[in-house]
Design a protein around this ligand. Structure first.
Ligand code: ADP
Length: 643
């Protein structure tokens, strides 16, 4: 057999790819190992399949294995497999041109991307075999096709510039060795610990064992043993019933880097036009990084057991960013580019399927494992709620997942929209709610007096996010959601005040409005029973709680806080006595003072801050002093009378 070395040129587009690989800086160089392991694993899959019809190919060896070995002296890292191997022709074809669509697409993406995002593209998708040139100044491939004689081995070598060489060599073992001659500055890839870490990180779930010889100290002597580095547990591909709780827990903790137990496991195979496996975990605790909006999310995307992306955010909406797991899709090309993933109809379909499955699972959990659901909701409910304002297609299932306090639920207990609606008396048309800082802040709010009088329930929303999602909710199963502190809310037994009452109070209200610049309007209230006054917002205007939230977020800079409508209770003694005083002396200065006090009380009742609290204290003290003065005067009179 001739043993001439043949020198060949890379095809021109491959030269471009190689040029970029060897001339740019990369952030994820270690992915070269993932790519080589993945190729080796594919080669084993191929022979495993081909040997079904031709057992001779096995040459008596079906001990599938991917072996990593290093030589510190030669500064080489070798990935060997006993897979299908390559002939001289196929090695020229496979490693000298871009045959596959993935690298072609990658090339397109490279052309489109600006220079700074190129390294990332390589990190995310790898460029297969060629990514070894990120760390190597030379790569040697020695291969022999299964079923051919040992003399048919082939040696391919290149420094990744313009050319490569091929020659025939002896190779006893079928399969392929890829020998990566590491650059001086990439020596760290010779390190056992480094290799272990990379394999665990990127190839842990490869089905075939990835092994390495390691030195083990046993009593006096050190032995070299072959150790399997990957756990090989593609547990999402195993039948659901075979995976133990411990395995799930370990896997969840490994992929999420969390330490809690998943509160729910979603494991199923997608049916229909696309073949995909899903294994998702709903955490029980809110992970630290979830509070930062910009953290990465989305399940790991595998294509036939090969990790493509650590966080595929095309598969989950941001409001489900707490969900961790794996999606393994058989219908995508392995070297799919980021661009291809972005508007990929297959991923869109899978996403829709996953989202509805998650929401259904949560609903089921709420019904059958309420306590677990409750603790999930307390931890992660505020993130889930974001979906109400973003995912219109799932508005109703999302609304059904809310747990809410209400004036009729005991403290710490919750109701749902469904339960609320069932309990609604037939005369009640709308769903009432009130937002505020905390339950104690709002449960005694004056707005609720008329509703409470009727025994109608009011939902209490106290999570800051609620204020932002409620406007998009608008209704639940045809019942409108009404804020109890909005001006034109429909109240039970809302009888307009009789004309003569309105007429009687009108001059007082007008006079007060003249003096009280801080309110937009003063009118008689139909919602108050015990309180003398309250402030309401116009429908569509920003409510008090929202205004406070915006202020806290620094969103009200320069904006005037909205003026509110003050409502007075004509049945309240204070309001009636003020009218009596007004009728006697419309110019009495006390009227303005008392009017302002009514306003200030209402400000406090709605949970807002008084612009000038000391002026309020002064006014209250003045009242107390007058009252005490009169009281003491009266007592002195009585004593004198009695003596
Ligand atoms: P990809 O694996 O995505 O097809 P690569 O550039 O990594 O792209 O590899 C190109 C081709 O070279 C592969 O499709 C395969 O046919 C062949 N190849 C690479 N590595 C091996 C290997 N270890 N054993 C057999 N064939 C291989």
């Amino acid at each position: 057999m001739e043993s001439t070395v043949e020198r060949l040129e890379f095809k021109s587009e491959l030269r471009q790819v190689l040029h970029i690989i060897t001339h740019s800086l990369y952030s994820h160089k270690e992915v070269f190992l993932r790519e080589l392991i993945s190729n080796a694993s594919d080669a084993i899959d191929k022979i495993r399949f081909n040997s079904i019809s031709n057992e001779a190919l096995l040459e008596g060896n079906r001990d599938w294995k991917i072996k990593i070995s290093v030589s510190k002296d030669a500064r080489t890292l070798t990935v060997s497999d006993n897979g299908i191997g390559m002939t001289r022709e196929s090695i020229i074809e496979n490693l000298g041109t871009i045959a596959k669509s993935g690298t072609r697409a990658f090339l397109e993406a490279l052309k489109a991307a600006d220079a700074s995002s190129r390294p990332d593209l390589i990190g995310q998708f790898g460029v297969g075999f060629y990514s070894s040139f990120m760390v190597a100044d030379k790569v040697t491939v020695v291969s022999r096709m299964a079923g051919t004689p040992a003399s048919e081995g082939v040696r391919w070598e290149s420094d990744g510039t313009g050319e490569f060489t091929v020659e025939h060599v002896e190779k006893t073992m079928r399969g392929t060795d890829v020998i990566v001659h590491l650059k001086k500055e990439e020596e760290e890839f010779l390190d056992e610990w480094k290799i272990r870490t990379i394999v665990r990180q990127f190839s842990d779930f490869v089905e075939h064992p990835v092994v390495m010889d390691v030195e083990k100290k046993e009593e006096k002597e050190t032995k070299t043993v072959e150790e399997t580095l990957n756990s090989r547990k593609a547990i999402w591909l195993r039948p659901k019933s075979e995976v133990t709780e411990e395995e799930h827990e370990g896997f969840y903790q490994q992929i999420s880097h969390n330490f809690d137990k998943p509160s729910k496991i979603i494991h199923y195979a997608g049916e229909g036009t696309h073949e995909f496996k899903v294994l998702l975990y709903i955490p029980s605790k809110k992970a630290f990084d979830l509070s930062f909006g910009d953290s990465k999310f989305g399940p790991k995307l595998y294509i036939r057991r090969v990790l493509i992306m650590d966080n595929c955010d095309q598969l989950l909406p941001p409001y489900l960013r707490f969900v961790k797991g794996v999606v393994d899709c058989a219908d995508l090309p392995l070297n799919v580019s980021r661009e291809m993933l972005q508007q990929n109809p297959i991923l869109e379909k899978i996403k829709k399927n996953i989202v509805s499955k998650i929401l259904k699972t949560l609903e089921e959990m709420k019904k059958t494992e309420y306590d677990a659901y409750l603790s999930f909701f307390k931890e992660l409910g505020s993130i889930l709620k974001e979906g109400l304002s973003r995912d219109w297609s799932n508005k109703e299932p999302l609304a059904d997942l809310l747990l809410m306090e209400s004036i009729n639920t005991p403290r710490g207990s919750f109701t749902t929209f469904e339960q609320y609606v069932v309990a609604m008396p037939s005369e009640q048309k709308d769903i009432y709610y009130l937002t505020g800082e905390s339950r104690s802040h709002i449960e005694h709010a004056p707005y609720l007096e008329a509703l409470k009088g009727k025994g109608w329930d009011v939902l209490l929303f106290t999570d800051p996010i609620d204020e932002f999602i409620l406007p998009s909710l608008q209704e639940y199963k045809g019942k409108r959601l009404k804020a109890a502190d909005k001006a034109d809310v429909e109240l039970p037994d809302k009888k307009e005040h009789a004309d003569d009452v309105k007429k009687k109070f009108a001059p007082l209200l007008n006079a007060l409005k003249e003096k009280l610049n801080e309110v937009k309007e003063i009118r008689l209230s139909t919602r108050l029973k015990e309180s003398a006054s309250c402030l309401v917002s116009e429908e569509g205007a920003m409510g008090a709680h929202m205004e406070r939230l915006m202020q806290r977020m620094g969103q009200m800079e320069g904006a005037e806080p909205g003026k509110r409508i003050m409502e007075l209770n004509p049945e309240h003694a204070v309001v009636q006595l003020m009218l009596a005083l007004f009728t006697k002396d419309a110019a009495d200065a006390r009227l303005e003072n008392y009017g302002r006090l009514l306003y200030e009380q209402a400000v406090i009742a709605e949970g807002s801050k008084l612009p000038d609290p000391s002026a309020f204290a002064r006014r209250v003290n003045e009242l107390m002093a007058n009252d005490l003065d009169r009281m003491i005067g009266y007592m002195t009179d009585q004593e004198e009378k009695n003596s």
